[in-house]
Design a protein around this ligand. Structure first.
Ligand code: DAH
Length: 357
């Protein structure tokens, strides 16, 4: 009986898990276990033998059972310890920042405008920021003596000594992309051209570098009426209002004839702009029917095609929509400003999902 005792207690001590323990229990004290079978043999013993063997077997059975129970508890404790070690967490660590960057209002508004005009069938075109005198001025019907040249506060590039060609310029507007697109694609054409432009000017609403979006549509029979409808659709979508009133004010640009500046009806209450209501008017863009000379410069026959064009400041419409009072911090890279006015990176503007949701 000592051998049996030793064998099972040894096995129990070495059992690696509960399943192994259960196997041992069945082999020792299960219905057909070794100790159980021995207990059944008690009946065949003499009364004297039974008197010593009976209690001894019972004691052995109890001892094995309690050794199994103790080992089981030990295994459970060890498993819990291992789990606690695995799941240990240093609560003194600082929390992980939710997100790092934000989308700059210029990028946001550019994407919003692109989403709107893409939905209206316009492609995005781009051109160089260092532009030739011809693309920036002459091709747009701004000859060298024209006063508009002076009004643009142009940055001129350096020319080598003795080089008498007109110097290149930092483009003063996105209109030269009109010419480049006409040359590249011909008519019909529907494009918008977002990008950086440059003028020597600096105050609360002017910076030497800013952003414009140019628009150009060329087809067989376009008119100011088409332009008016398009711009109304745009303004409603952009300012996310159901109704707007636009005012077309006669104006002058060398590259359009006739020309109009476009104002929207708005109100300013406590410095808060509301579009579509009120007694104020706010200028948002310049536009007109493309001048025949500009079509010709782009290689398009003005007797067969007409077009309308418009140009607006991205920074300006960003300030208006998002209530940003000063233009200069747009380009200061101040993280506090970017966090405050920036947009969540994953929310890309689209018409079904909402532009600025
Ligand atoms: N290029 C003009 C500017 O920078 C804006 C503009 C006005 C663009 C009328 C146009 C237009 O295409 O038709 O002030």
């Amino acid at each position: 009986m000592d051998d049996v005792r030793e064998k099972y207690l040894g096995q129990i001590a070495n059992a690696a898990d509960e399943a192994a323990l259960e196997d041992i229990r069945i082999a020792a004290v299960g219905k057909k276990g070794e100790i159980s079978l021995k207990m059944r043999e008690l009946g065949k013993m003499t009364p004297e033998e039974r008197q010593t063997a009976g209690p001894a077997l019972n004691a052995l059975k109890d001892e094995v059972n309690s050794a199994i129970a103790a080992k089981k508890a030990g295994l459970a404790d060890a498993a819990l310890d291992a789990r606690l070690r695995d799941e240990w967490l240093d609560v003194t660590l600082t929390s992980r920042p939710a997100r790092q960057g934000t989308i700059h209002p210029i990028s946001q508004v550019t994407d919003e405008v692109i989403a709107i005009f893409a939905d209206l069938g316009f492609n995005v075109a781009e051109g160089p920021q260092i532009e030739s005198d011809w693309y920036n001025f002459d091709a747009l019907n701004i000859p060298s003596h024209h006063p508009a040249r002076g009004e643009m506060d142009t940055f001129y590039m350096h020319r080598a000594e003795g080089d008498n060609r007109p110097p290149h310029v930092l483009r003063t507007h996105t209109s030269p992309v009109q010419i480049r697109s006409m040359e590249a694609h011909g008519a019909p054409l529907r494009i918008i051209c977002p990008g950086r432009v440059y003028r020597a000017d600096y105050d609360q609403t002017h910076t030497p570098m800013f952003h414009q979006i140019e628009g150009l549509a060329i087809d067989r029979d376009l008119s100011m009426a088409n332009l008016k409808w398009l711009l109304e659709e745009f303004v409603k979508a952009y300012f996310e209002v159901d109704d707007v009133e636009l005012r077309f004010r006669a104006s002058h640009f060398p590259f359009t004839e006739p020309s109009a500046e476009v104002d929207i009806r708005c109100s300013w209450d406590d410095g808060q702009l509301k579009v579509g209501e009120g007694d104020d008017w706010l200028e948002i863009l310049g536009s007109g029917m493309v001048h025949p000379k500009v079509l010709s410069a782009g290689g398009i026959d003005p007797n067969k095609w007409q077009g309308f064009a418009w140009g607006m400041g991205i920074d300006r419409i960003a300030m208006l929509k998002y209530g940003i009072p000063d233009l200069r911090p747009f380009f200061d890279s101040d993280l506090r400003w970017l966090k405050h006015y920036g947009f969540v990176p994953m929310d890309r503007p689209d018409l079904p999902g909402g532009l600025s949701a």
